[in-house]
Design a protein around this ligand. Sequence first.
Ligand SMILES: NC(=O)c1ccc[n+]([C@@H]2O[C@H](COP(=O)([O-])OP(=O)(O)OC[C@H]3O[C@@H](n4cnc5c(N)ncnc54)[C@H](OP(=O)(O)O)[C@@H]3O)[C@@H](O)[C@H]2O)c1
Length: 255
Amino acid sequence: MKNVNQNFKDETIWIVGASSGIGKALAELLSNEGANLILSARRTIELENINQDLGGKHKILKLDAGNDAEIEKAFTTLKAENIKINRAIFLAALYEPQKIKDLDTEFCEKLFKVNVLGCFSFTKHMLTQFKQQNSDVKQIALCGSIAAYTGLPNGQPYSASKAAVQNFAESLRVESSKDIDIKLISPGFIRTRITDKNNFPMPFIQEPEDAAKAIAKGLKSKKFEIHFPKRFTLLLKLLRALPYWLALPITKNLK
Ligand SMILES: NC(=O)c1ccc[n+]([C@@H]2O[C@H](COP(=O)([O-])OP(=O)(O)OC[C@H]3O[C@@H](n4cnc5c(N)ncnc54)[C@H](OP(=O)(O)O)[C@@H]3O)[C@@H](O)[C@H]2O)c1
């Protein structure tokens, strides 16, 4: 049944990383709530299928966020088509659980190109686009993680890349002009391709649809950070606030 809430009616929302997991669930929810979507990722077949399920009304824009030239090209395409963006949500990320002793530097480079440099470059272009465009809603939402709060066992280099995104979003929030709203999304464990790779217990794991609901609500709120599930994120925030001599022995046991 169609959702009667049309909270995002006629807004144009660009989701980068829309082909699976949280991005896919968010696309479904926002479409249901009246948004016009631009769906980006590398796997266009998945994007086409999602769009078809949503009535074929959205735009597919293939984008490899690890390739700066492709990011620039995507913005040129939108500009040429005179498309104004209201909200841009950057979810694209790579993940492999790795202990530091097994660090694969080639993979690290790939991961940082997407998770960090892709995110930074996308944001820079989006800010330029927002400066040139006249619209009431101008929002950029970047995806960090609970893994960014503190270095966790087995999380490298992913945790470090998410810490970079979190720090970047914090700077961006304080640097940006008032008319551009910056959000940081910090999910706990969500059942997607990412968590399918984990072979350790994941407390309070949620479904992508739960994440989508929390994100959609957060996009409309005045708060900077959209974090969920609260019963888990608040505990981790408490851990982060402890002095290292107390926090590190606790973290060591979070395997
Ligand atoms: N699942 C969790 O527990 C969890 C927790 C905290 C944070 N997060 C964050 O949530 C976001 C979504 O992840 P997910 O859990 O939904 O996993 P996912 O299903 O693997 O989604 C990742 C998305 O990123 C896209 N992507 C990856 N590399 C890309 C690239 N080079 N260019 C463009 N798109 C790219 C993927 O599409 P293609 O492969 O088609 O390109 C996919 O749509 C990520 O930022 C992740 O770090 C997830």
